[in-house]
Design a binder for this molecule. Structure first.
Ligand code: MG
Length: 254
């Protein structure tokens, strides 16, 4: 494993923040998790997200203000074991997913990374929103935390950094508003249209109609397969105590 040493820390240490022994991304510009890729500019968001945003009338509430997790299960089909109190969901062991599957949708997610800052780079407030269970929009504490740009908050993990870093402070509530179009496949399972995503982070545009190269992955480039045509919304357990609240979706099935 060849970690590139860069990213200055407060105490003069150097943190490993990227890789140079990973495959080149399909456009040939950067390695997967390239630590030398430019860091997105920091933009302070205008919204405060102090209160949960009200859902539109036709939204399906996946995580509301009650403690129940009836919309969710573990990825192996077992009952949900993460805990929710007053509508605040705490990450637990194993990945959580919606029971329902989706194709195209508008998704609203609110999250908060731990108030107490622990760890660096990918080990600080790491979780993730997995669209169709396959395409990760990274959740990370990216406030004063340098990591490889395609792995910071609001990145299409391992593929595209966000256009800007609109992260709020650790412990503060943040929002993702996501418009997603599922990939389309032909009669012989050949890819006809890739998955497309637009993401607003705390109200700031950070992914603008970007196509995924395939399912997201650590240190690799994965091809599309026809089983990525639909799937659940899933939340990642990366061993860090991230909180979620107020998750709703508007399915746009064609
Ligand atoms: Mg993650």
């Amino acid at each position: 494993m060849a970690l590139i040493l860069c990213g200055q820390l407060t105490f003069g240490q150097q943190a490993p923040v990227g890789y140079d022994d990973t495959p080149m991304q399909p456009d040939g510009k950067w390695h997967v998790h390239d630590g030398t890729r430019p860091q997105p500019p920091i933009v302070a968001p205008g919204v405060t997200n102090e209160r949960p945003e009200l859902a539109p009338a036709d939204a399906v509430i996946l995580l509301g203000t009650t403690d129940d997790l009836k919309a969710w299960q573990m990825t192996d089909g077992a009952p949900a074991t993460w805990t929710s109190k007053g509508g605040v969901l705490q990450t637990g062991k194993g990945m959580l997913r919606t029971r329902r599957e989706f194709t195209d949708f508008q998704l609203h997610v609110e999250f908060a990374t731990p108030t107490e800052v622990k760890g660096n780079s990918q080990e600080r407030g790491n979780s993730g929103v997995f669209l169709l269970g396959k395409f990760e929009i990274q959740v990370l504490d990216s406030y004063n935390n340098i990591t490889y740009p395609d792995g910071q908050a609001a990145a299409m993990y391992g593929q595209y950094p966000p256009l800007v870093n609109a992260s709020r402070r650790p412990g503060e509530w943040q929002t993702y508003d996501i418009a997603f179009t599922a990939p389309r496949f032909g009669a012989n399972s050949e890819l006809e249209e890739p998955a497309i995503v637009t993401v607003f982070h705390n109200g700031v545009l950070v992914q603008n109609g970007n196509a995924f190269w395939g399912p997201t992955s650590h240190r690799s480039v994965l091809p599309y397969s026809a089983d990525t045509a639909k799937g659940p919304i899933a939340l990642q357990d990366h061993g860090n105590p991230v909180r979620y609240r107020n998750i709703w979706i508007r399915a746009l099935d064609r």
